[in-house]
Design a protein around this ligand. Structure first.
Ligand code: PBG
Length: 305
């Protein structure tokens, strides 16, 4: 009766990795229980996700072909575009969000266009806008830019409005830190930068105030939901944003946060299920309205029991 915070499967967004081929379901070694899946397998998994009461998935693509311009990202026949169509054909009620970024599609693994050895912020914006429009055309319900280029929310909003997708909302990765917690994801999405790191466009973990500035800019440009990423080391940031802005806040419980728990659980050093639930409720308590988490299915099974 007096419990302040509750959690339920409909708080979750489940991340999925889609790859080419047929009948492929390859477990990601550093993320037990998570897979790179071809579209046919992804559909089976997505049906299970939906039947557990999880309303939404976010898609990451592993393209067949990578190049300097990340051209597979905005190919209307690309891997994510085809996955969206397939999900919408078989599970139309499942809310499909797409990650909008270049790093999975560029040969160099950076989140933007490279000019003279550096990511060129402004030249990247039109590529991201094309990618978002292409996802919307395929039927995406919402797009989620994760690249951290300045001005990309505005560029994506303008392009989607122009192309007739003014009803497709944007969830921006607004406060995204340059974090070592993304390590296992980069294996999963095959998106490790081939040189340098992402510190010229992602935030310094030491900075708390800067998150408010990033969020304010994204909201001004048209973000409908703002995200904090990672979640656990940044609960203060979630809380700050929640109390400063009147938009829904999402938190990304990232790959490294998942792998730590899975590894210690496997060794028998911790009670994996209890720690998982404690972590998820803490993220919610800090102020997140939505949680992107690889634990979504495991947690939903416990909550549904
Ligand atoms: C792509 C992107 C990343 C994640 C989500 N989108 C990786 C990165 O910025 O290097 C990380 C998610 C996770 O670790 O679970 N830009």
């Amino acid at each position: 009766m007096v419990r302040q915070t509750t959690i339920s499967p409909d708080d979750f967004i489940y991340p999925m990795f889609v790859t080419h081929g047929k009948g492929i379901r390859k477990e990601i070694s550093s993320m037990p229980g998570c897979y790179q899946e071809s579209i046919d397998e992804l559909i089976k998994n997505a049906k299970e996700v939906y039947s557990l009461g999880i309303p939404s998935v976010i898609l990451f693509g592993i393209p067949e072909h990578k190049d300097e311009m990340g051209s597979s990202a905005y190919d209307d026949n690309g891997i994510v575009q085809n996955a969206i169509k397939a999900i919408k054909d078989s599970i139309p009620e499942l809310y499909v969000i797409t990650d909008v970024c270049m790093c999975e599609y560029t040969s160099h693994g950076h989140c933007g266009f490279i000019d003279k050895g550096e990511v060129d912020n402004d030249k990247t914006l039109s590529l991201l806008a094309m990618e978002a429009v292409s996802h919307a055309k395929a039927g995406a319900d919402m797009v989620a830019p994760s690249d951290m280029m300045d001005g990309r929310v505005g560029a994506i909003r303008a392009a989607m409005d122009r192309e007739g997708f003014s009803n497709v909302p944007i969830m921006s990765y607004a406060a995204k830190y340059a974090s070592a917690f993304y390590g296992p994801f980069r294996e999963a999405a095959e998106s490790t930068p081939q040189f340098g790191d992402r510190r010229s466009y992602q935030m310094d973990p030491a900075n708390r105030r800067e998150a408010l500035k990033e969020v304010a800019l994204d909201i001004e440009e048209g973000a409908d939901i703002v995200m904090v990423k990672p979640a656990l080391s940044y609960l203060d940031v979630i809380s700050d944003i929640k109390s400063s802005f009147a938009v829904p806040v999402a938190a990304y419980n990232v790959s490294g946060e998942y792998s730590l728990i899975k590894a210690a659980g496997k060794l028998g050093w911790i009670d994996e299920d209890r720690i998982m639930m404690e972590i998820l409720i803490s993220i919610k308590r800090a102020g997140a309205d939505l949680i992107l988490t690889y634990f979504a299915k495991d947690a939903a099974k416990i909550l549904n029991d």
